[in-house]
Design a protein around this ligand. Sequence first.
Ligand code: NI
Length: 154
Amino acid sequence: MAKLKIRKVGDEVLTRVCRPVEEITPRILTLLDDMTETMRAADGCGLAAPQVGILRRIVVIEVEEGKVIELINPKIIATAGEQEGPEGCLSVPGRSGIVKRPRHVTVRAMDRHGNTFDMSGSDLLARAFCHELDHLDGKLYLQRASRMLNEEND
Ligand code: NI
């Protein structure tokens, strides 16, 4: 596994719409592994492929330690309720902001074996689904934040 470079806000790659994965190749499997390693090394709870410069619809999430969720070509198929809370992003270091998201989210995605599955999550996991899937459409939480909680001092 290899740790990849995380792209930061201002990098054009973070604004692009990603292409679906058509075939799960060894390269895609390596990318999944590398994304998990990169997310963990950065102490994050989610990472999307464009954040490491790859314009593919791939996401990894780990909101519960040791339980990595890999999503290939994920889509939100249901939402319910609402939550408002702080959100950060590995591509926007040192900052966080208040974002409104659904309380419950169900996604449909493909796993690394090519099987389609549905997964439902609430609270932090629902927020992570929304945040990471936004990345696949070139969106950062900054565009959705009602207010920022801190500014970077430099
Ligand atoms: Ni992010």
